[in-house]
Design a protein around this ligand. Structure first.
Ligand SMILES: [Fe+2]
Length: 185
């Protein structure tokens, strides 16, 4: 993997929270670069979406910045928080950095977005709020993220595999993704 983050803002935040050349940093940066590449590709092929490309790129690079605070040994995260909270933890950190717009992308990228109903029904350890992606950039990052796992960094899921991976979140999630696939592909 060659690490090249084309944004000084994003690069400095990654360097601040992932200062050493660790496997975790490689996982974060490789995954985020894949998401950013796909997100930019969507924006360039669909000018009618009028996505803000500079912001989209930075938000894609920073969407998973909170993972280091979580407990997910399979991807080298040695924190204490439940992994499902990585979006809101990243958002907290990005707000503290003065990036509230990027923070929204981070807290709205899990699954196809987490609803109040899902938090209640599944007893998820999240504040009872709606975390659905709303703006076009929030939607594009959430969409692109589903194609790249952090355990198989070199692999891009096929659309079929993406839909299969969302089946556990219910039919609404699969339908939302299908809608994005027809809009963004
Ligand atoms: Fe991600």
């Amino acid at each position: 993997m060659t690490e090249h983050i084309e944004s000084a803002v994003a690069a400095s935040i990654v360097a601040k929270y992932y200062p050493d050349n660790t496997p975790l940093r490689t996982i974060l940066v490789t995954h985020s670069q894949s998401v950013a590449r796909m997100a930019m590709d969507v924006a360039r092929r669909h000018p009618e979406l009028a996505a803000d490309e500079t912001f989209l790129y930075e938000a894609a690079i920073l969407h998973d910045i909170g993972i280091f605070r979580c407990n997910a040994p399979g991807i080298c995260c040695t924190g204490t928080e439940p992994y499902i909270r990585h979006g809101i933890l990243g958002a907290e950190l990005l707000r503290a950095e003065g990036l509230p717009r990027h923070a929204r992308v981070a807290e709205r990228h899990t699954g196809t977005g987490i609803t109040v109903e899902a938090i209640r029904q599944q007893g998820l350890p999240l504040p009872l709020r709606d975390y659905s992606p709303e703006t076009i950039e929030e939607q594009i990052v959430c969409y692109a993220d589903k194609f790249f796992s952090k355990t198989h960094l070199e692999r891009e899921r096929t659309p079929q595999q993406v839909l299969q991976s969302l089946a556990k979140f219910g039919p609404e999630s699969v339908a939302r993704m299908q809608q994005w696939m027809s809009l963004f592909s």
